[in-house]
Every structure is written in structure tokens, then in C-alpha cells.
Design a protein around this ligand. Structure first.
Ligand SMILES: Nc1nc2c(ncn2[C@@H]2O[C@H](COP(=O)(O)OP(=O)(O)OP(=O)(O)O)[C@@H](O)[C@H]2O)c(=O)[nH]1
Length: 501
């Protein structure tokens, strides 16, 4: 019996030792105190077990484990609170990501549930990390997309706009070194900083230019004002002079009349012919004197008037010269602000003005108006292969060629970059399609050669007709969408609004 219970005790202590070994392995590294104490306990229970010492170890372990348990709970609570705060912060930046917002809400609910074990805590930690990984991935994707699409598109749009502005200034100031350098740099490609600095340079130029324009206009107006003031003074002077001359003539008339009346009286009362003769002679010589004085005065007046008139004439001639000069300058300015410097075709401003007129005409006359947007295919590759100068030359050649293919009543403008816009008055969609097809084929046969290399060039076309009641911009957008479709259908083709056919 004793032998049996000893055997059973041995078995139990071995089982306990194995359990302690497993427990030690599980807790290994968790705390050095627990590791040491478990190792001691294993020693007390192996071989000849010493239950008294084992009991001491178990008590020590109990205490350490209680403290460790409190530490783990506090650590768990702290971790959960920190993760919750981090997920909440993250949630604010996820407004545009509904899937991630939903996921973060789910995680927040889990983080607020009681944590039963370290495994649950670990799984929560994994979920939080997973969420952050997903957000980082989405952010970098978005950053990639925006750096591929919006930022370069904006960069390109600003560069194109600046090129146009510089072109129109270069028209006026072809010798300006700064402009020449800017134009060159823009064609080479600019960094964002350089682009911003160029914007500032151009803004300064525009301000200076408008200030000097205002100054010139001010001077012209001032001199017109002076000239008009001079003419006004001369006219007032001549009116005053005429008034006083008129009064002098009236007094001279009264004088002559008085003398005639007096002769008449003398004739009636004359007693002798001799006396009458004497008196008549005296009156006649006095009248002759009055008349010659009057003639002299009249000649003087006429001379003065002539001087005044000739001064006025000179002033008017000057005035006319100045206004003509100014009008010519204004006309030149209007032409230059509406001309594309590179192709010498109308620019977007010219198009904007013209399209409004043509739309109004289409409404008034009920005659169709067609619009085409033409974009050279793979133009960038010309720049890339042969340089910007070759690209510029191509734009000039294409612009000239397009102009030669349309009627004088049609209107062509360079919309920007490698895009042209053409207005075809009195043209319906079917006619537009056939006109654009002819232009497309003609363009594809244009002989172009750079560095001894023949290059074939094609363009894509979007065309539509004006719909009464819509804006010119709406018509353009429709044509532009059709152009986009033409590009996506393989390029070198014409896409016409089917509604009109
Ligand atoms: N030489 C020159 N290039 C210009 C001018 N304006 C715009 N560009 C260039 O035209 C190119 C247009 O390129 P994209 O918009 O990619 O068009 P694309 O290469 O014609 O391709 P698709 O239109 O899609 O067929 C850009 O590289 C611009 O820098 C200019 O006045 N002169």
C-alpha cells in the first residue's frame, strides 16, 4: 500500500514537473523573475522531489504572477487606448475612402470589447496594423496617380499658358533677352520652382506693359485735351472779334446814315448852289474817309480771321494726326493680342470673339454653324525626337496648311499646344464630316522632313454643330469630347456628333 501510494506520488510529481516545464516554456522571456523561479521549481520537483522548497517557489511564483498579471492588464489597457486614439485620428483622414472608413469603425468597436487573452490582443494589434498598411498603400497609389495625372497636367497647362503669353510679348519685344531666355527654358522644360519664378517675371512684364500703355494713353489724351482747348480758345476769340467787328460796322453804318440824312436836310434847306456844293463836298470827303477807314478795318479783321483760321487748321491737322496714330496703334494692339505669335493664326481670344458672332449669326439666320477641334497625333514625339524647334516648325506648317484648306469665310485659330479650332459657317454635320475627312487626308500627306528623315503626321478630329440656346463653350466641349473619342479610337480619324447626321 505504502509502495503503491509512493508510486502514485512519484507519478503526480512527474506530471507536475512536466506541467511546470511546459509552463516555463510558455512564459520563457516574459519575465526573468518568473523564468528563474520556474527553473527552481522544476529542480525541486525533479529527482527526489522536495515539496517544502517547491512550496516556497510556488508561493513566490504566485506573488510574481499576480504582479505580472496586473502589469499585463495595464499594458493591455494602455495599448488598446493608444490604438483606439491612433485609429480615430486616422479615421479623420479617410473621408474619401469609404471602405477604409468602414474597416476602421469595425476595428474601433473591437478595440472597445473586453480582451480575454493575449491572443485576442495580438489579433487586434494585427488588425490595426493591417488598417494602417492599407491606408499607406492607398495614399501612395493616390500620390502616384496625382503625380502622374493632375500635377504634370497642371504643370503642362501652366507651361503652355506661359509660352503663349511669352509669345505675344516676344511679338512686341523680339529683342528682349530675358524673354528669349525664358522661352528657350520653357521649351526645354522647367522645374516647379522655375515655372513659378517665370510666372512672376511674366506678371511683372504684364503689369509694366499695362502701366506704360496707360501712360501712353494718358499722354495722348492729355495732348488731345490741350489741342481741343487751343481750338476752343481760338473759336471764342474769333467769336468775340466778330462781335466787336459787327458792333464797329453798325456804328460806322449809323455814322454814314447820319451823314446821308444830314446831306438830305442840307439839300432841302439849301439857299445857294455854291453853298450846297461846298457842304456836299465836305460830307462826301468825310464819308469817303469813313468808308476807307471801314475798308481798312475790314481788311484788318479779315487778316486776323485768316490767322485764326489757319492756326485752327494747323491744330486740327495735328489732332487728326495724333488720333490716327493712336487708332493705328490700338488696331495693331488688338491684332497682336488676338494673334498666335507662332502660327500667326488667331488665338483663343480671337476665337472667343468670333464664335460669339457666328453663334449669333446662326441664331439670326437659322443657318447651321459647324465647329471642329483638330489635334495633331503624337506631337510630343516630334519634340522628343527632333527638338522643340522642329515642333514649332511643324505647328507653323500645319497651321498654314489648315488655313489653306478652309474657305475665307471659315475661321481658324490655334487653341493652344498642338490643338486647332475651326469654325465653318453655313455648314451642316454631313458637310462637316466630308470637309474634315478631306483635311485629315490632306494633312496625312503633308511632306515633312527633319534631319533628312521623312515624318508622317496625322491628326484627330472632333466635330459638331451649334444647338440653338447653348453656349459657345458647350459646343466646344462637345467637339472636344468627340476629339477625345477620336484619340481613343486609334487617332487619325474624324468623330462627328451623330445627333446631327
Ligand atoms: N514645340 C512645341 N511644343 C509644344 C507647344 N505647345 C505644346 N507643345 C508640346 O506638345 C506636346 C503635347 O503632348 P501630348 O498632350 O502628350 O499630346 P500628343 O503627344 O500629341 O499625343 P496625343 O494628342 O494623345 O496624340 C507636349 O509635349 C507639349 O510640350 C509649342 O508651342 N511648341
Amino acid at each position: 500500500m505504502e509502495e503503491k501510494s509512493l508510486q502514485s506520488l512519484k507519478q503526480h510529481s512527474e506530471l507536475l514537473a512536466q506541467f511546470i516545464i511546459r509552463l516555463s516554456k510558455f512564459y520563457e522571456g516574459f519575465s526573468p523573475d518568473i523564468d528563474n523561479e520556474l527553473q527552481k521549481l522544476r529542480g525541486h520537483l525533479s529527482g527526489r522531489p522536495d515539496f517544502t522548497l517547491a512550496n516556497v517557489s510556488v508561493n513566490k511564483l504566485n506573488k510574481t504572477l499576480r504582479i505580472a498579471d496586473l502589469t499585463v492588464r495595464k499594458y493591455t489597457a494602455d495599448s488598446l487606448a493608444q490604438w483606439e486614439e491612433a485609429v480615430k485620428k486616422l479615421q479623420h483622414s479617410l473621408i474619401d475612402e469609404p471602405a477604409l472608413t468602414k474597416e476602421s469603425a469595425k476595428i474601433l468597436i473591437s478595440l472597445n470589447q473586453p480582451v480575454q487573452s493575449l491572443f485576442v490582443l495580438q489579433s487586434l494589434c494585427n488588425k490595426v496594423l493591417g488598417l494602417f498598411q492599407q491606408v499607406i498603400k492607398t495614399d501612395s497609389n493616390n500620390a502616384d496617380i496625382s503625380s502622374i495625372t493632375s500635377a504634370p497636367a497642371l504643370h503642362q497647362a501652366i507651361s503652355d499658358e506661359l509660352t503663349q503669353l511669352i509669345e505675344s510679348y516676344a511679338n512686341k519685344n523680339s529683342e528682349d533677352d530675358q524673354l528669349r531666355a525664358l522661352r528657350h527654358k520653357l521649351k526645354q522644360g522647367m522645374t516647379e520652382d522655375e515655372l513659378l519664378q517665370s510666372c512672376i517675371v511674366i506678371i511683372r512684364l504684364v503689369v509694366q506693359d499695362s502701366l506704360s500703355e496707360a501712360n501712353i494713353s494718358g499722354k495722348v489724351i492729355q495732348s488731345l485735351h490741350q489741342a481741343l482747348g487751343g481750338i476752343h480758345e481760338n473759336i471764342s476769340q474769333s467769336i468775340e472779334q466778330s462781335q466787336s467787328n459787327f458792333e464797329a460796322r453798325q456804328s460806322s453804318n449809323r455814322d454814314i446814315k447820319a451823314k446821308l440824312d444830314s446831306i438830305e436836310d442840307q439839300l432841302r434847306q439849301a439857299e445857294s448852289l455854291e453853298k450846297l456844293k461846298q457842304q456836299a463836298q465836305s460830307y462826301l470827303s468825310s464819308m469817303a474817309l469813313s468808308l476807307s477807314e471801314r475798308e481798312e478795318a475790314e481788311q484788318r479783321e479779315q487778316a486776323e480771321l485768316m490767322t485764326l483760321l489757319s492756326a485752327m487748321r494747323n491744330q486740327l491737322v495735328n489732332l487728326q494726326k495724333q488720333t490716327q496714330q493712336y487708332r493705328r496703334k490700338l488696331a495693331e494692339q488688338i491684332v497682336s493680342t488676338q494673334t498666335d505669335a507662332l502660327t500667326k493664326l488667331g488665338n483663343r481670344k480671337a476665337y472667343d470673339e468670333r464664335v460669339e458672332k457666328e453663334c449669333q449669326h446662326a441664331i439670326d439666320t437659322n443657318v447651321p454653324l459647324a465647329l471642329a477641334v483638330i489635334d495633331i497625333d503624337y506631337f510630343k514625339s516630334i519634340n522628343d525626337k527632333f527638338g522643340h524647334a522642329a515642333g514649332d516648325k511643324t505647328l507653323q506648317i500645319v497651321g498654314k496648311h489648315l488655313k489653306s484648306l478652309i474657305q475665307p469665310t471659315d475661321f481658324i485659330a490655334r487653341w493652344g499646344g498642338e490643338e486647332f479650332v475651326v469654325l465653318f459657317p453655313a455648314t451642316n454635320a454631313t458637310e462637316l464630316k466630308s470637309k474634315l475627312e478631306k483635311i485629315r487626308i490632306s494633312l496625312s500627306k503633308l511632306p515633312l522632313k527633319f534631319r533628312e528623315q521623312k515624318i508622317s503626321l496625322t491628326a484627330s478630329f472632333g466635330g459638331t454643330c451649334y444647338r440653338e440656346g447653348e453656349t459657345a463653350a458647350a459646343m466646344f466641349e462637345r467637339a472636344d469630347r468627340l476629339l477625345y473619342r477620336a484619340k481613343h479610337s486609334g487617332r487619325n480619324c474624324v468623330m462627328i456628333d451623330q445627333e446631327f447626321i
